[in-house]
Design a protein around this ligand. Sequence first.
Ligand SMILES: N[C@@H](CCC(=O)N[C@@H](CS)C(=O)NCC(=O)O)C(=O)O
Length: 213
Amino acid sequence: MKLYIAQATCSLAAQLVANELGLSPELVHFDVHDRSTSNGQSFTEVNPLAYVPVLELDTATKDRLTETIVVASYLADQHPERGLIPAPSTLERAKFDQLLVFVATEIAQKHIPLMRKLLTEDGAEWTRNKLLNAYTELDQRLADGRAYLTGDNFTVADAYVWATMWHERSGVKIDNLKNLMAYVARVDARPAAQKALRDEAELVARHQARTAA
Ligand SMILES: N[C@@H](CCC(=O)N[C@@H](CS)C(=O)NCC(=O)O)C(=O)O
């Protein structure tokens, strides 16, 4: 399998899930600034929409999956014994998917125009408030002392939230959300999360060195 990633982006969620499952997809870095890839492929041929993550499967037709939720859930669904996602077609799964869509639409995608400074002052304030509300919702979920968003076990939803903690880059003040902050530190400390950050940093450094040479 090949996993296309970009630095400090939502592709970290797919990396973290793969690591938690003990999978080792070949990582390919897409540089969002110069648009090059670490293996020389044209990224728009890989994904015409030009965003990560993209998971290329080892199927005969080399099928490619995009969308963070789909990539991470697909990987977790292939290994149900690891408990990273509830079984398909259950109410538990519907509620879980609800949480994933919440993270995608109310958190991940809300950050992007803020980080890119695309909004008017009013728009930025509105979007920061939406993010604050969304993070407060997660903080309240964690208030009963659970270790992770859906209980005591780490899941795909935790990988997604961890990968998109871009509040500092977006100027959203959430340091007062103590349950959330302690939870993020807990995910950070997982060996699979540390490995994801290390692998990403090493690949980015190799890609940049090759570009500079
Ligand atoms: N709908 C996609 C959006 C993915 C997305 O926004 N990817 C960003 C990084 S988090 C990206 O690759 N951006 C490319 C760019 O900035 O040029 C998903 O949910 O996975």
